[in-house]
Design a protein. Structure first.
Length: 235
């Protein structure tokens, strides 16, 4: 596919991603997992503000204003997340009913939802994909995207607790958005922009559902979006 004299190659774009990703600035973004009247668990992560902004679709606001990303279940039982750029960790803990003496864990976020977390079983896992759904894309790009083969079948030995990055290529980043639901990001910081949001839900120890959303910025054209649904089944 040609665009303004330049050949767009998704595979080459991913190669560029792996070359540039290691240079992304690390910026200690803090995540808060809170319960009403129970305070919050805080995790200081190696995620950058730009990574989180793109992952959560904050359209540049979080990268600019910073803050803490808060996850909680409201009184109606809905899982909610928002960026709080007004409260400190102490103030957030107090706001959610804690004692205002929070501990901030460093680096990896481990089982923020406690006993509700489902651990996938080790073993052979088969990945099945549905046909891509495309919007605003040049002809043939859906086929190119499906051939990138970012998720693969095979033998899996998962870390304990489970981390969704284990399902993706090295360099991917991600976070836990609600019990047994995860969101990850693959970002190419080079033009044309090729961004992949990956979401997975662990339904039981032997079955997972996932979704890949490719967002491809092409000059002078609407953003091309390719969506592919997957299932993971332990054999």
């Amino acid at each position: 596919m040609k665009n303004q004299g330049t050949v767009f190659n998704p595979k080459m774009t991913l190669v560029l991603f792996f070359a540039f990703f290691s240079k992304v600035c690390i910026a200690q973004v803090t995540l808060a997992y809170c319960t009403l009247n129970g305070g919050c668990k805080f995790y200081q992560t190696p995620l950058s503000y730009k990574q989180v902004d793109l992952m959560m679709n904050y359209l540049g606001v979080f990268e600019e204003k910073k803050g803490i990303v808060v996850f909680f279940k409201n009184k109606s039982g809905e899982n909610i997340y928002y960026a709080d750029n007004k409260r400190s960790v102490r103030e957030l803990d107090t706001y959610f009913g804690g004692k205002g003496e929070p501990v901030v864990a460093k680096d990896a976020v481990r089982s923020p939802f406690g006993d509700a977390t489902i651990q996938p079983n080790d073993g052979d896992w088969k990945v099945s994909a549905k046909p891509p759904v495309v919007k605003n894309c040049p002809a043939g790009l859906d086929e190119q995207a499906s051939k990138l083969n970012l998720v693969k079948s095979g033998k899996k030995v998962f870390k304990r607790p489970f981390q969704m990055q284990e399902l993706l290529p090295p360099g991917s980043v991600g976070l836990n958005t609600e019990p047994n639901a995860y969101r990850g990001l693959i970002l190419v910081e080079n033009q044309p922009t090729f961004k992949t949001i990956y979401e997975v839900k662990v339904k039981n120890p032997n079955f997972m559902e996932a979704e890949l959303n490719y967002s491809i910025a092409i000059p002078s054209q609407p953003t091309c979006i390719v969506k592919i649904d997957f299932t993971y089944t332990r054999q």
